[in-house]
Design a protein around this ligand. Sequence first.
Ligand SMILES: [Zn+2]
Length: 304
Amino acid sequence: MKKKLLLLLPFLLLAGCKAREKPDIVVTSFVSYDAVTNIVGDKLKVKNIVPWGSELHDFEPTPRDIEDINNAKLFVYTHPALETWVKDLVTNKNSFDMSIHSDVEYACKVKKQEHHDHEHDHDHTLHYWTDPHIYIRVMNDLLTVLIDIWPANETYFTENHNNYTARLLATSNDFRDFLFPPLEKPPLFFAGHNALGYFAAAYKLTIKTISESYKPDVDFLSQEIIDFMYEIKTFDSHYLFIEELVEPRVANLIKNELAKENYAITLLELHGYHNITAAQAKEGITYADIFAQNVANIKQAFGG
Ligand SMILES: [Zn+2]
């Protein structure tokens, strides 16, 4: 009986393999998924190996992910400091490192890595995607690569790409108009990890975080948090921004503490595009949607 099952097993496994549809393109994040799918539309099968709603910075691929990556016609990843496993495991010659095409400065990263700093995975060249102009630059290069591999779809890809990047630019221009004249705006207070540097630089915004080494799971009033609350009151700010997909424990702590002094705080999200929830993925939420929502939230904080 046992022998029979064992004999059957290879056939079952083989059948299982055959049933699995091989992706044309494998990607490693919400942003790489967004950039690719908003060009290729429904023409190609795109697989994001990072589960919706999961923490991007902690992701590790499975052996099956690696197999899919190496068998795909194109592999798109976000940053070698984020997907540190790429250099050892990926053999696919058609690998597109979005960070190279972002053209952002690498000096900071090298400096941080020399110090073997725990924070090096949050270095300053990471999160380049939060500046929509950098994101568009990456999408422009990605379009060229996609057309090289699938030349028959050139018109379709180009049209999708142009429509999508035009939408990003329209939101960006609208935001710049709102921020004009470029008088110094009060700072935005952000109870999250320092991911919005490129976004802030693009619009000359000041985003203050609790500290560089801030831990989102702290639930007591540290001196850092007390100083941060003092700064919020100094600027008479009544909005506190929170990051996506993380329970805003520190932000609620601050809100409740200030409420005792009859000082009202409204929490608003400032999304860093790390990942979206499964429900948002089902709805087809894009980077462009999130960018527009971020702009709307900041306008609210500035009284717009
Ligand atoms: Zn991050």
